[in-house]
Design a protein around this ligand. Structure first.
Ligand code: ATP
Ligand code: MG
Length: 518
């Protein structure tokens, strides 16, 4: 059914200890562990694109042995289960060993085109890295991970994917706001799929422990398996050049998050992918009313370390931690500093390209920065919805700009009234800038509509789907999965899924505040 070729296991040292007891693991990159079976697994949803990428047709998806594997109840031929060992900086502090505490890899699958994917269950029970936690995940957080990783892919944002969402038929106890009110919630397991789940923290932990030999081995392995084009290009591809590519990929990822209004919420170095993928959909959120300081993560509410606007700077900070780890292998670590500098250049370059597309400009000019900054200031003060605003900007008549097309972007009528004049002034400046370029209106609109999504997984939309799913109704999960497959298209009849956050959701848990408890 699936063709496994488990290189991570084969080529990197594993933990000789077989027991599933929480521990520090030294001198190894992984520990063997079996998922803990669940009582009543049910396939609640799956992504047909991910299934297709793995050569799984609908019949295969319906097979009981596949469901068993995706629930952690069974093993397919060739499959081998293990948890990987990593560390990380959490909220700016070195946290030591973390590891896959509730993620269990099923091995690596090769599809008929020769593409390689790691398959990983999230929530399939404890591992040697679980510390005191249960290794499980609740349905609400699993739906959020499942839907958002697929939605991000269709938006064109590099991300891990999700093959399946399986209900376990069991409950998991969570104290959602850490306030002494634990409740039993339905449990679930997501099967995630990515070419590699390797994180910055995998390298950091080995460096922190002074295990130079294993660090060297992990770097060589990662280059060979996850960056084969670098190796093929020959000896010029040294460590510094590789790190430079990681910086580039990370910079591109940050531009994507900023352009679509995604806030990750927990940008710890253990949640940073070496391939520049979005990884770990925890207390993430989507910007509704534009607010650079917004963070969905209640745990981060006071410091706002991981708020929307800080993400590019935090990514750089995280890259610096990775550079410190890799420096252990470099005679001339100065080259790593050059690569870090390069991060800023790539970010600026990609940001301009992304925003030129969002604003419908053919070429970005230096003073367009002022135009954008003034817009952002205004959007913040006037509480303008980010997604709605950019989408409606394509309908502006630049011969006769008016705030009319922006009516729906405001949350508050009083602010709409107060800022209508400022917005009109900005629109007039913007229209003048567009007239200067002379791009035909239809071409400009097409360019903008391909850059400004109509549909994103707004926090309240995910929460509505969760509320229904917890009652046993999965239809909304299916609807969202379907709609978010074409985020840049107008979808007649689906307008309700693009409306800005309703009032009831403004301060509701799950809609504007997300807990780490998942
Ligand atoms: N319920 C849990 N049981 C065991 N370990 C957990 C649990 N929740 C989180 N952890 C571990 O705590 C650390 C930090 O957790 P974090 O919230 O970043 O990750 P996560 O949501 O579990 O998963 P991932 O990064 O794999 O998407 C990781 O080592 C993670 O495996
Ligand atoms: Mg994590």
């Amino acid at each position: 059914m699936l063709t496994f070729d488990n290189r991570f296991l084969r080529e990197l040292p594993g933990d000789p200890e077989r027991s599933n007891v929480s521990r520090q693991v030294f001198g190894a990159c992984w520990s063997p562990v079996d998922p803990t079976p669940v009582t009543a697994p049910r396939l609640l949803a799956h992504s047909r694109e991910v299934a297709a990428a793995l050569d799984l047709d609908e019949q295969a998806m319906a097979a009981p042995e596949l469901l068993a594997a995706l629930a952690g109840n069974g093993r397919l031929p060739g499959m081998a289960t293990y948890a990987s060992c990593y560390g990380g900086h959490q909220f700016g502090q070195w946290a030591g060993q973390l590891g896959d505490g509730r993620a269990i890899l099923l091995g690596e699958v090769i599809n008929h085109q020769g593409q390689r994917f790691e398959l990983q269950l999230k929530g399939a029970g404890p591992t040697p890295y679980s510390r005191r936690a249960d290794g499980r995940a609740v349905l609400r957080s699993s739906i959020r991970e499942f839907l958002c990783s697929e939605a991000m892919h269709h938006l064109g944002v590099p991300t891990t994917r999700a093959l399946s969402l399986v209900g376990t038929g069991e409950t998991v106890i969570r104290d959602m706001f850490y306030d002494g009110h634990p409740v039993a919630e339905p449990g679930a397991v997501v099967c995630r799929v990515a070419p590699s789940f390797t994180r910055f923290g995998h390298f950091e932990l080995l460096a922190a422990r002074g295990d130079r030999a294993l660090l060297q081995r992990l770097v060589e392995f990662t280059l060979a398996r996850d960056f084969p084009e670098r190796v093929a290009a020959g000896p010029a591809n040294d460590l510094a050049a590789w790190f430079r590519e990681i910086c580039e990929r990370t910079a591109r990822l940050m531009v994507h998050w900023m352009r679509v209004g995604f806030v990750h919420g927990v940008m710890n170095t253990d949640n940073m992918s070496i391939l520049g993928l979005t990884i770990d959909y925890g207390p993430y959120g989507w910007v509704d009313n534009f607010d650079p300081g917004w963070t969905p993560n209640t745990t981060d509410a006071s410091t706002r370390r991981y708020c929307f606007a800080r993400q590019p700077a935090i990514a750089l900070w995280n890259l610096e931690r990775l550079a410190e780890a890799l420096a252990m292998l470099m005679p001339e670590p100065g080259e790593l500093a050059d690569a870090l500098e390069h991060y800023g250049e790539v970010y600026a370059h990609e940001f301009r390209a992304a925003y030129a597309a969002k604003l419908g400009l053919e070429r970005w000019q230096d003073d367009d920065v002022d135009l954008l900054e003034d817009l952002y200031g205004l959007m913040h003060r006037a509480e303008i919805d980010m997604t709605e605003f950019f989408r409606s900007l394509a309908s502006l008549d630049i011969g006769q700009p008016s705030v009319e097309v922006m009516q729906e972007s405001f949350y508050r009528p009083d602010l709409r009234q107060r800022f209508a004049g400022d917005l009109l002034q900005w629109l007039q400046r913007y229209a003048a800038r567009l007239r200067q370029e002379g791009l035909p209106a239809d071409r400009r609109a097409a360019r903008m509509n391909a850059a400004n999504p109509r549909y994103v997984l707004r926090n309240y939309l995910a929460q509505q789907a969760i509320d229904l799913a917890e009652q046993g109704d999965l239809r909304r999960v299916d609807d969202l999965l379907e709609i978010l497959r074409r985020p840049y298209d107008e979808q007649p009849g689906r307008e309700a899924f693009s409306t800005k956050r309703p009032d009831w959701a403004r301060h509701r848990a799950g809609c504007s505040m997300l807990s780490c408890s998942s």
